[in-house]
Design a protein around this ligand. Structure first.
Ligand code: NDP
Length: 247
């Protein structure tokens, strides 16, 4: 069992998909979770087994908004007193070919996916620096490594997250704060459900394991990277993609 019980985690995008799966696993392992999204109804409906000391509370916040994030982090600290783990998971897509991409589509994706992670990191590192402990996990994507047609805005945001991971890992290492990035491949969630069957079957052919990933596949790595045992790993991007990208 990883050393993680009784820690406090702030997880963005905890209302569904990958973020929800990480929140559920963390609660099962005795972590107190502050779950962030704009609509928190699904977060407050997450069922926690009675046998665990873990818990979850939802906080409504638009991570794109600096002031909104500042207030949300203060509220979380009032309720939980510390934040040990930050999972920058919330993300959106607005896909279209570069030649058709509007300024708004570019800005919307960069502001949520990249600036949102900066906003949360910037406000959460203050208590982490004081307590000389922290685990920050950014959820990137394999397309941030490979590129992808029709996703220039999304790919730029995910490549940016890998850079943010490395710089913040270098700056924070001496205070025992690790920063890593998980790059999922194709994971079955609401983000991917609307892709055509044709695109899905093309993509499956590029996955050596021959199946799409599940949110639980990503949550398992997040649990390890959040634990005491991962303390000598920092600045890394680790793929969870059934072998799609091999570096
Ligand atoms: P979902 O669309 O299922 O969930 C996205 C979550 O982010 C929701 O909880 C949503 O809640 C929240 N969110 C979106 N915008 C904001 C915002 N401005 N402020 C606060 N919360 C917000 O996505 P996935 O679970 O599929 O993806 C999670 C992460 O994993 C993303 O960063 C995504 O890019 C990445 N990823 C996903 C892959 C996949 O195949 N699914 C592959 C690679 C990476 P609400 O709308 O209520 O705010």
């Amino acid at each position: 069992m990883f050393g993680i019980k009784d820690k406090t985690a702030l997880i963005t995008g905890a209302s569904r998909g990958i973020g929800k799966s990480i929140a559920e696993l963390f609660c099962q392992r005795g972590i107190k979770v502050a779950g962030i999204s704009r609509d928190i109804t699904p977060i407050n409906e997450i069922q926690i087994p009675s046998s665990t000391s873990g818990s979850i509370k939802g906080y409504s916040c638009d991570i794109a908004d600096w002031e909104n994030v500042k207030e949300m982090v203060l509220k979380v600290l009032e309720d939980f007193e510390r934040i040990d783990i930050l999972i920058n998971n919330a993300g959106i897509t607005k896909d279209t070919l570069l030649a058709r991409m509007t300024e708004e589509q570019w800005d919307d994706v960069l502001i949520v996916n990249l600036k949102g992670a900066f906003n949360c990191t910037r406000h959460v590192i203050r208590p982490m620096l004081k307590q000389k402990f922290g685990r920050i996990i950014n959820i990137g994507s394999v397309v941030g490594i490979m590129g992808n047609t029709g996703q220039a805005n999304y790919v730029a945001s995910k490549a940016g997250l890998m850079g943010l991971t490395k710089s913040s890992a270098q700056e924070l290492a001496k205070r025992n704060i690790t920063v890593n990035c998980i790059a999922p491949g194709f994971i079955t969630t609401s983000m991917t459900e609307n892709l055509s069957e044709d695109i899905k079957s093309q993509m499956k052919k590029t996955i050596p394991m021959g199946r799409f990933g599940t949110p639980k596949d990503v949550a398992a790595l997040a649990l390890f990277l959040a634990s005491d045992e991962s303390g000598y790993i920092t600045g890394q991007t680790i793929t969870v993609d059934g072998g799609m990208v091999m570096k």
